[in-house]
Write a protein that binds this ligand. Structure first.
Ligand code: 4NP
Length: 152
């Protein structure tokens, strides 16, 4: 089983989008039995909330459902439970590393190979669309990379 955790600030915009897109790609590839996919926030403001309505709408415009997702806070257990933890921006990357327990097993990396997924929270439709496309493109290359690394 390969476990992947996507992390942003509130766990209501960027990381739920990545969770939903990555899950859809994994299902399309018939690999759902090989993966555990989840997302979390570095902050707890939105714990228990569904994804932001604007993120839900943008994903659904491209055929991806974020249904059933609920925001949760990054926990110490995540570092042992997941193989990969992906940070959406430099702030998350720094916080995830700072909070890492000594026995952390997860490989912590930036989600994008270069740069950040910008926070769309104060933005509009175009910002959510930009985020969606960044996330979708990277999820495609990420799945390819993981499949290669794990010979799937
Ligand atoms: P996310 O977006 O990190 O992509 O879920 C945000 C959502 C909420 C807040 C910040 C970013 N907030 O400050 O409440």
């Amino acid at each position: 089983m390969i476990s992947v955790l996507f992390v942003c600030t509130g766990n209501i915009c960027r990381s739920p989008t990545a969770e939903g897109v990555f899950r859809q790609l994994v299902e399309d590839a018939g690999l759902e039995d090989e993966f555990t996919i989840a997302s979390a926030g570095t902050e707890s403001y939105h714990v228990g909330d569904p994804p932001d309505a604007r993120a839900i709408r943008m994903a659904s415009k491209y055929g991806v459902s974020l249904a059933g997702q609920k925001a949760r806070h990054l926990s110490a257990k995540d570092y042992a439970a997941f193989d990969y933890i992906f940070a959406m921006d430099n702030g998350h990357f720094s916080i995830i590393n700072t909070r890492a327990p000594r026995n952390a097993r997860a490989k912590i990396a930036m989600f994008l190979e270069s740069g950040e997924v910008p926070d769309p929270w104060y933005g509009g439709e175009a910002d959510f669309e930009h985020v969606y496309k960044l996330v979708r493109d990277r999820c495609e290359s990420l799945l390819e990379q993981i499949r290669k690394d794990h010979k799937l």
